[in-house]
Design a protein around this ligand. Structure first.
Ligand code: OAD
Ligand code: ZN
Length: 246
């Protein structure tokens, strides 16, 4: 079966790089983006230039974020996160590349410096001018005091969750490190991503072109199933559950 082949490939690999998307966190209660019920089926994404230009867009972005807070605050690592953390502790995974913003890989036991976040992190905020970090409780308090999206206490520019919006520059260091990881692994496993958002979606192909085996685990077809060595079209928690604690 697919899971047995995956087990063999994991056993044979010396350097595994996982690449995760929102599908690994759905069992933790966090909706993905493009499935039925996904975030982008309910809300139109707010592009970066709109956030910068429009106070209304900023208010809306923060209202949405505060509405999600109980969900993010309650989320704990699932079977997929825990399985990857086990392989990391076993020395098989040097670092993980993720599109997720939910902090669950860190919570599952990955050191911060071994989680390469391509799309940032929603559990804290940053000034888009000077980069100063803020916690969400501060943003909530400011929103309540002023009735609108918070501005930086130092430079007065807008403060935004520390995530990458459409149209916003990708984090250079994360892109560089993810490229190196994809180039130097022997097994690359894309987990829970529709693989439609670029440049993130380019990493499976980079790994494949550099000689890694490519596995895709996703319950729906993805854009890149045709280049994979193994496609497991199945639930992530069930597929990776057997690797928890190994
Ligand atoms: P998507 O919502 O596009 O894809 C998630 C995939 O996971 C879908 O194909 C689901 O079918 C699958 N899935 C969900 N739950 C699953 C489960 N339990 N088992 C197996 N498969 C499951 O999410 P991403 O690919 O992560 O970017 O989206 C990429 C980027 O688009 C995000 O990082 C975000 C979004 O816009 C930004 O915000 C910049
Ligand atoms: Zn600032």
């Amino acid at each position: 079966s697919g899971v047995e082949r995956l087990g063999d490939m994991i056993a044979e690999a010396s350097t595994i790089v996982p690449f995760t998307g929102a599908g690994i966190s759905t069992e933790c209660g966090i909706p993905d983006f493009r499935s039925p019920g996904g975030l982008w089926t309910r809300n139109r994404p707010i592009p970066f230039d709109e956030f910068v230009a429009s106070p209304d867009a900023r208010d809306e972005a923060w209202r949405r974020r505060f509405a999600m807070e109980p969900t993010f605050a309650a989320a704990r690592p699932g079977r997929g996160h825990r399985a990857l953390a086990s392989l990391y502790r076993a020395g098989k995974i040097p670092a993980i590349v993720t599109q997720n913003i939910d902090n669950l890989h860190q919570m599952s036991g990955f050191a911060d410096e071994h989680v390469i976040e391509l799309h940032g992190n929603t559990t804290y905020a940053r000034c888009i001018g000077c980069g100063k970090a803020y916690d969400l409780a501060w943003a909530k308090l400011r929103f309540e005091e002023t009735g609108g999206a918070p501005d930086c206490a130092d430079c007065d520019e807008p403060v935004k969750t520390a995530t990458i919006s459409f149209g916003q520059a990708m984090p250079e260091d994360a892109m560089r490190r993810a490229t190196e990881l994809a180039q130097h692994c022997d097994l690359f496993i894309a987990i829970g991503s529709s693989l439609v958002v670029w440049p993130a979606a380019g990493f499976p192909m980079i790994a494949k072109n550099c000689g890694a085996r490519l596995v895709i685990i996703n319950n729906e077809p993805t854009e890149q199933d045709d280049i994979a060595d193994l496609v497991i079209r199945h639930d992530i928690g069930e597929t990776l559950g057997p690797f928890v604690g190994n």
